[in-house]
Design a protein around this ligand. Structure first.
Ligand SMILES: Cc1ncc(C[n+]2csc(CCOP(=O)(O)OP(=O)(O)O)c2C)c(N)n1
Ligand SMILES: [Mg+2]
Length: 676
């Protein structure tokens, strides 16, 4: 079944709208008018981009895009990403015009208002047809690369009958100026993601004015150098745009189509200038645009014949979707069940079996290993059960311990594996992982050093905002990494990550906790997770394997012998220091409990009585973490002590650094004795 070509073949009869008496120009002008009117009504927004790209988008949605507004979740639909998210009214207009039920004209009237589906920038989950949240420029491009990769990997697994679709993205000058676009485009070129087609809104304008103020890149040469198929067209010539998209579909390379457009097309005095970029055009300019475009209709009114033409374009994909559903129904029952399970994001039965065995084995014979190695052990236990796992690392595979037996790498034109060598491209890795997760059918995890979460942070934030199951495997999580020194030693990173809403930040203390945190990261469908893992070896501490205690976020690792005077609260590699301090204090007749706090967010979600039981507000509390104190007041206020870092680290062997910065059992004992 070649769904795409059947749509293209039908396009001339059902896609042009001519049968209903609506021309391409009418249909594109509907987008322009809705964008002008909605921005005017909201008194804010970005009319220029939708007006400029209306022709290109009309060609794409009426002649090429494989979609069915009645089945927005159809797994083999083409994906459309508006990377230039400020042009949100372009997407909202298209969704309304093509007939998505939840995108009503009232939603357009309520553009940018509280509770509307039509937020300032497209928000994933607010309406069907919004495939990803965009706004931070360039991120959408990275998402599109991940979606295109997911498509190829699923096609390799399930075959072209079930998985064979394009990923389209609209990107502006801003997206291409962003650093992330370099990484993402380079990765896509390397992997030869031929079903990725980027429509570049080549209007030569951004907020400050002509792009020539700030950039002289030859964008076409740049993408050609990445190994892309590159074309340039007049973005207001529908046939030229159509010919370019058709040619792009044929290419085995990812495609860039530079569409020369006029920002704010149709605005009589402001078109072609930055004045149309991000503010309402104003009543006079809009009246002039209506005249110039030949659009005499009142605000938010789309004449029946034009709306009908759009709805017919929206109906083009129904037959293909029917055929696809039949194809799925006819596939063998095992393949169908596995495909449906994976696309639904459900986990197979017994997927935790390997982890349970790992926990029992390390409790019986506790290894002294780094938690990054424990993470590798956890992956070894997970990978055989979870074919949907797509691993990777930004050129630190051997350090992040992200590649395990049974995984093979994907490569250019070869997508049968389950591991991605992302190269030194942390930004693109994180954005692509969002795209992989959003596409569905795969669960991405990827690694780098914890300190370089800074290079992933914009995408981590979007994983959290979109509630995507993405697992960030971040090793070398403190001064404990040693000799690489302060550039590589995270200090404020745990605090900064814990500040991101919806994100689960895990810092496990030993192999048992690492297995538990991995289990939570995979089981939690609606959140991304960061696993902060040590470079240096830590002892096995946990002695019970039954319940997943990390799921409580924090728990008593070792109770005090006599009525508790002190509570030592630590995470990760510092739990072992707390244990040693507890023993020293006991020898001096001071009763301390050790609390392991692998995930603050999960602990915060526990009932107050549980938290009080664990932290014992009547006891002296001491926090121990080889990172910034920022945020620790939550657990230590009003008069607890903190043993950790107050500045940058240094270059030296890890043991020397812990002594130098006084993150030692003795320092903990001293802090306790100074306060008791
Ligand atoms: C990462 C990021 N930086 C800055 C912005 C603010 N911003 C929104 S649109 C824009 C200019 C984009 O120019 P272009 O892509 O050419 O859009 P056009 O003006 O052509 O619509 C900027 C700087 C942003 N949204 N994201
Ligand atoms: Mg521009």
């Amino acid at each position: 079944m070649d769904a795409t070509s059947s749509i293209s073949a039908n396009s001339s009869e059902s896609g042009s709208g001519a049968a209903c008496g609506a021309s391409h120009k009418d249909m594109a002008n509907a987008i322009r008018a809705l964008a002008m009117d909605a921005v005017e009504a909201a008194k804010s927004g970005h009319p220029g981009m939708p007006m400029g790209m209306a022709d290109v988008a009309t060609v794409l949605f009426t002649r090429f895009l494989k979609f069915d507004p009645a089945r927005p979740g159809w797994p083999d639909r083409d994906r459309f990403v508006l990377s230039a998210g400020h042009g949100s009214m372009l997407l909202y207009s298209l969704l309304y015009l093509t007939g998505y039920a939840d995108m009503t004209i009232d939603e357009l009237r309520n553009f940018r208002q509280l509770g509307s589906r039509t937020a300032g920038h497209p928000e994933y989950g607010h309406a069907d047809g919004i495939e990803t949240t965009t706004g931070p420029l360039g991120q959408g491009l990275g998402n599109a690369v991940g979606m295109a990769l997911a498509e190829r990997m699923l096609a390799a697994r399930f075959g072209g009958e079930l998985v064979d679709h394009f990923t389209y993205a609209i990107a502006g000058d801003g997206c291409l100026m962003e650093g992330i676009s370099h990484e993402a485009a380079s990765l896509a070129g390397h992997l030869r993601l031929g079903k990725l087609i980027v429509l570049f809104d080549d209007n030569g304008i951004s907020i400050d004015g002509p792009t020539g103020l700030a950039v002289s890149d030859d964008q076409q040469a740049r993408f050609a150098a990445y190994g892309w198929h590159v074309q340039a067209v007049d973005g207001h010539d529908p046939d030229a745009v159509a010919a370019a998209i058709a040619a792009a579909q044929e290419s085995s390379q990812p495609s860039l189509i530079a569409c020369k457009t006029v920002i704010g097309f149709g605005a009589p005095t402001k078109a072609g200038t930055a004045k149309t970029h991000g503010s309402p055009l104003g009543a006079d300019e809009i009246a002039g645009a209506r005249e110039k475009l030949g659009w005499p209709h009142p605000p938010f009114a789309v004449p029946d014949n034009i709306l009908e033409a759009w709805r017919r374009a929206g109906g083009r994909g129904a037959k293909t979707a029917d055929a696809w559903e039949k194809c799925l129904a006819k596939s063998d029952s095992k393949t169908r069940a596995e495909f449906q399970r994976r696309l639904a994001g459900e986990l197979p039965k017994n997927w935790t079996e390997g982890l349970a065995k790992l926990k029992q084995a390390v409790i019986a014979d506790p290894p002294k290993i780094a938690t990054r190695i424990s993470s590798q052990r956890a992956l070894e236990a997970l990978v055989p059960h979870l074919p949907e796992l797509v691993g990777g690392s930004a050129d630190l595979t051997g350090s992040n311990n992200t590649l395990v037996a049974g995984q093979t790498a994907i490569g250019p034109g070869d997508y049968g594996g389950s591991y991605v060598y992302y190269g030194v491209r942390e930004h693109a890795m994180a954005a692509a992982m969002n795209g992989l997760a959003l596409h569905g059918g795969v669960i991405p995890y990827g690694g780098t050093f914890l300190v370089f979460t800074d290079y992933c942070r914009p995408s981590i934030r979007l994983s959290a905002l979109m509630r995507q199951r993405v697992v960030y495997v971040m090793t070398h999580d403190s001064i404990g990494l040693g000799e690489d020194g302060p550039t590589h030693q995270p200090i404020e990173h745990l605090a900064a990550l814990r500040a991101i809403p919806n994100l689960n930040v895990f810092r496990p203390a030993d192999t048992v906790e690492t297995a538990e945190c991995w289990e939570l990261a995979i089981a939690t469908r609606d959140r991304p997770s960061v696993l902060a893992l040590s470079r240096q070896a830590v002892p096995g501490i946990r002695q019970e394997s039954g319940e997943n205690l990390s799921a409580f976020g924090g728990y008593i690792m070792r109770a005090a012998d006599t009525p508790r005077q002190v509570t030592l609260i630590a995470s990760g590699s510092e739990v072992a220091i707390a244990m040693a301090a507890q023993a020293q204090l006991a020898a001096e007749g001071i009763a301390a409990a050790v609390v392991s706090l692998p995930c603050w967010r999960l602990f915060q979600a526990q009932p107050a009585h549980y938290r009080d039981e664990v932290l014992d507000p009547g006891s002296l509390r001491v926090g121990i973490e080889a990172g910034s104190a920022f945020g620790w007041g939550t657990w230590l206020a009003p008069d607890g002590a903190f043993v950790g870092m107050s500045g940058f680290g240094a270059s030296a062997p890890a043991g020397d650094l812990y002594k130098h910065f006084q993150i030692t059992p003795q320092a903990v004992v001293d802090a306790v004795k100074a306060r008791l």
